[in-house]
Design a protein around this ligand. Structure first.
Ligand code: DQA
Length: 154
């Protein structure tokens, strides 16, 4: 079975102290802990990372396989990086774009995502729940049979 990757781009290491009215008061570590708990309960592996270096993110993406699932908060690179868009278009991994804030309700330069068209979907504006809902989706995508069996048993 593939793995769920959660990649975080620039400045997301500052969560908790950074513009809390947009990004909340939880640290990235606290979000990661919650996601790891959910992943463990679902018996899937979740690899959670953050980088402030664009090339590092591109290398991480290039190493993913079709069996994996990527949840990506690309931060400001969402709005600027053609290289990131090309990296996502160049691999077969399904990717879900996420943001804590509602990028469509903010400054004009944030309202356009260069990666949206190469992602399977986008979750934004739900704060920490953008991450937890994305993980729920990823777990079902990775384990379709198990997910449907659980559903039927409910
Ligand atoms: C963000 C939104 C981006 O516009 C911004 O540059 C970020 C965080 C979000 O999670 O809301 O760094 O991706």
């Amino acid at each position: 079975m593939g793995k769920i990757y959660v990649f975080n781009g620039p400045n997301l290491n500052l969560l908790g102290q950074r513009e809390p009215r947009h990004y909340g008061r939880q640290s990235l570590r606290q979000i990661e802990d919650e996601l790891q708990g959910m992943a463990k309960a679902a018996a899937v592996e979740c690899d959670f990372r953050q980088t402030n270096h664009e090339g590092v993110l591109l290398d991480w993406i290039a190493a993913l396989s079709e069996e994996d699932f990527l949840i990506l908060n690309a931060g400001a690179w969402t709005h600027t990086s053609i290289a990131l868009r090309d990296a996502l278009a160049g691999v077969k991994v399904p990717a879900l774009e996420i943001h804590l804030s509602n990028i469509h309700a903010r400054e004009e330069f944030r309202q356009h995502s260069l990666i949206a068209a190469v992602c399977i979907g986008q979750i934004c504006g739900l704060g920490k729940q953008s991450y937890t809902l994305a993980l729920r989706y990823a777990i079902d995508a990775l384990r379709p049979v198990a997910a449907h069996t659980e559903e039927a048993e409910r």
